[in-house]
Write a protein that binds this ligand. Structure first.
Ligand code: SAM
Length: 254
């Protein structure tokens, strides 16, 4: 079995998991095989009902996030937003609607098939913001240092095999003073053994789930300041949280 959630990592473990994740999300996007009830989950998470009700059914059904990413987030003054692991583009659409005229959104995903879905989601958005879709790995972001005012991610860091690397990348592409806003899953204690031993757990965002204290040290190690983890909400068998952090170091190049 190539994926073990606990214990020693087999050889080539990282690339195997990444390939599983990419294939799984490519399949979900192509076959429209998303977990049922996407629109309902988004509504329950607090997305504005008017926004969700106004979406084509195919777009809202493809929502795979773990919370309302933009809850309380002011995008005024943001010139460049980057979303990591944008999936089928529901948040990308909402961000585009809320950005100032002339601002840019770069929405990145490792599965090109997801980007096709995101293109669909962004079609017909009444916004003067400019969306760009980018195929890439958030552990090695194909963007220059210091380009983003805000980096967004909804339920995607947990799918990376190296969260530390992904967080360092998120900080690298932020401008000094820029914000990281993520919605993620944490566990409170050990996961039930049947989940911990499930080789598909990574695909379901559970294999990589860690405790809040581990998130705090990962964010600190990556160089983030003003870290705030809040908005705990049950997301059985784990908990969804809002992560806000800032790149405050004004004196360094990245
Ligand atoms: C659980 S889905 C969430 C999608 C979207 N954020 C949403 O809220 O609907 C996670 C997304 O992250 C993408 N992903 C996983 N690992 C990635 C990586 N290393 N780099 C970029 N995207 C990744 C997957 O392809 C998938 O589209």
């Amino acid at each position: 079995m190539p994926v073990t959630v606990q214990g020693a990592k087999p050889r080539a473990w990282e690339s195997q998991v990444k390939s599983y994740v990419r294939k799984r999300y490519a399949h979900l996007a192509e076959a429209h095989a998303f977990p049922e009830g996407g629109a309902g989950r988004a509504r329950e998470a607090g997305y504005p009902a008017r926004f969700i009700d106004g979406l084509p059914g195919r777009v809202s059904a493809a929502y795979c996030g773990c919370g309302y990413l933009l809850d309380g987030v002011d995008l005024e003054g943001v010139r460049t937003a980057v979303e990591l692991g944008c999936g089928a583009g529901l948040d990308a659409r909402l961000v585009s609607e809320r950005l100032d005229a002339g601002a840019s959104l770069i929405a990145l995903d490792i599965a090109p098939q997801m980007l096709h879905r995101a293109r669909e989601a962004l079609a017909g958005v009444r916004s003067s913001a400019r969306p760009h879709l980018l195929a890439g790995d958030m552990e090695n972001v194909p963007l220059a240092d210091g380009i983003a005012d805000i980096v967004l991610a909804n339920a995607s860091f947990n799918l990376t095999v190296d969260k530390r690397k992904a967080l360092i990348e998120a900080r690298r592409i932020l401008k000094p003073g820029g914000r990281l806003i993520a919605r993620e899953l944490i566990r409170e204690g050990e996961l039930p053994v049947e989940i911990a031993r499930d080789p598909q757990a990574w695909n379901a965002s559970l294999g990589g789930v860690c405790e809040e204290a581990e998130w705090e040290s990962l964010l600190a190690d990556a160089g983030f300041d003003e870290v705030e983890i809040s908005g705990h909400a049950p997301f059985r068998p784990v908990v969804s949280v809002r992560i806000h952090a800032r790149k405050t170091d004004l004196g360094e190049a990245n």
